[in-house]
Write a protein that binds this ligand. Structure first.
Ligand SMILES: Nc1ncnc2c1ncn2[C@@H]1O[C@H](COP(=O)(O)OP(=O)(O)O)[C@@H](O)[C@H]1O
Ligand SMILES: [Mg+2]
Length: 367
């Protein structure tokens, strides 16, 4: 379950000093590598996921060369919903950020489109399913398995944070296994470039840092908090703060009491506690040493970070897929009705549909 309520105007003046990013995202080249393709070049093959704001479809490029990848994941967001749910800025930030970042543990964005109904983001299809599915199936992961996944996420966050990008929606549903069993971070719907702090309440209740709940202004530290929640959830099988209602969850997060099952070892507790420090200035990842402190934590002893980033380590779970089109690792959701995606299914194609007058297209200029 996701909440997203705009609270305070994000562009409010900020009291504390802005931190300059190590590198500027504006300087990165836009890496939309598949040029000259159109929405009407694709057939819809299945539904991979549905979220709060849209859906993700498995699509096939009809006349691609043999031997080239022709399956993609296409995120489809209905423009009127984006506007109604006040997500215009978030969707544009998702497109802006994903088209410029490039990392082995982040999903690749190839192209974006819009027509009068929807905006579309064409991504690499990550066939192994959500880490969520694999975790629920296994009930919990051993520390070694957890370390592999967490280490890749730490590298992805370190990379994103170097641009002052905060991700803000870390959770096993947004982590996908690729064919080699490596994670790919997807869903940049809440990602934002923040030089200091921002005040939008967004994310998923179980993963929210106390400062987000308290509307205290949040930044990169909130991602490190979420790492603590993720680490606990992988080792234990459920998140550290849970309740039937978001309100109950928030209460538990603010109280800060963590129940430790007996099987969890001392060093793992130490790491999780270091991430789940309510005091941001003492939270692992957010102190003077930055992300390097995380890499140097004894829990990660023995991890060859460079080899990991070069994807030279064997992953713990290799998802089985019979063909490139195999969707067994995803929920089997029905295809969306054709009239929701006419530009992908027929009537809308080759017609004037794509050029139809659209009073809100100006809100999505980059697409
Ligand atoms: N590139 C991808 N390959 C395969 N499945 C994907 C991909 N991107 C997203 N999905 C699936 O679709 C779901 C919803 O996509 P997401 O971007 O997280 O949307 P939302 O913002 O609605 O949560 C994901 O949780 C995942 O299961
Ligand atoms: Mg998501």
């Amino acid at each position: 379950m996701e909440v997203d309520r705009e609270t305070i105007d994000e562009e409010e003046s900020m009291e504390s000093v802005k931190t300059r990013p190590r590198r500027l995202l504006e300087d990165e080249t836009v890496r939309l590598t598949r040029s000259g393709i159109r929405l009407s070049d694709f057939d819809v093959r299945g539904t991979l996921g549905t979220g709060t704001f849209g859906k993700v479809l498995l699509v096939r490029h009809r006349d691609s060369q043999p031997g080239t990848q022709n399956f993609y994941a296409m995120k489809v967001l209905r423009k009127t919903d984006i506007v109604r749910l006040r997500q215009v800025e978030h969707v544009n930030a998702e497109r802006f950020i994903l088209s410029r970042v490039h990392h082995p543990f982040v999903v690749d964005l190839f192209a974006t489109f819009q027509d009068s109904l929807n905006v579309y983001m064409l991504m690499s299809y990550v066939p192994g399913g959500e880490l969520f599915t694999h975790l629920r199936r296994a009930k919990r992961f051993t520390p070694d398995v957890t370390r592999f996944y967490l280490a890749t996420i730490i590298l992805a966050l370190k990379y994103l944070h170097s641009f002052n990008i905060i991700y803000r929606d870390l959770k096993p549903e947004n982590l996908l296994l690729d064919s080699r069993g490596y994670l790919r971070l997807t869903d940049f719907g809440f990602a934002k470039i923040v030089d200091d702090r921002t005040w939008t309440l967004c994310g998923t209740p179980e993963y929210l840092a106390p400062e987000i709940i308290q509307s205290d202004g949040h930044g990169k530290a909130a991602d490190w908090w979420a790492c603590g929640v993720l680490c606990y959830e992988m080792l234990v099988g459920y998140p550290p703060f849970f309740d039937e209602t978001p309100y109950g969850i928030y209460e538990k997060i603010l109280t800060g009491h963590i129940h430790w099952p007996r099987n969890i070892d001392r060093l793992s507790k130490d790491l999780i506690r270091a991430f789940l420090n309510p005091d941001r200035s003492k939270r692992l990842g957010n102190m003077i040493g930055g992300p390097q402190d995380v890499l140097d934590h004894p829990w990660f002893r023995g991890v060859d970070w460079d080899a990991l980033e070069r994807r030279e380590i064997n992953a713990p779970i290799i998802p089985r897929t019979s063909s490139i089109e195999d969707t067994r690792h995803f929920l089997h959701l029905p295809l969306p009705p054709a009239d929701e995606i006419p530009g992908l299914t027929g009537e809308g194609r080759n017609s004037t549909f794509e050029q139809q007058f659209d009073p809100i297209s100006y809100q999505f200029l980059e697409f």
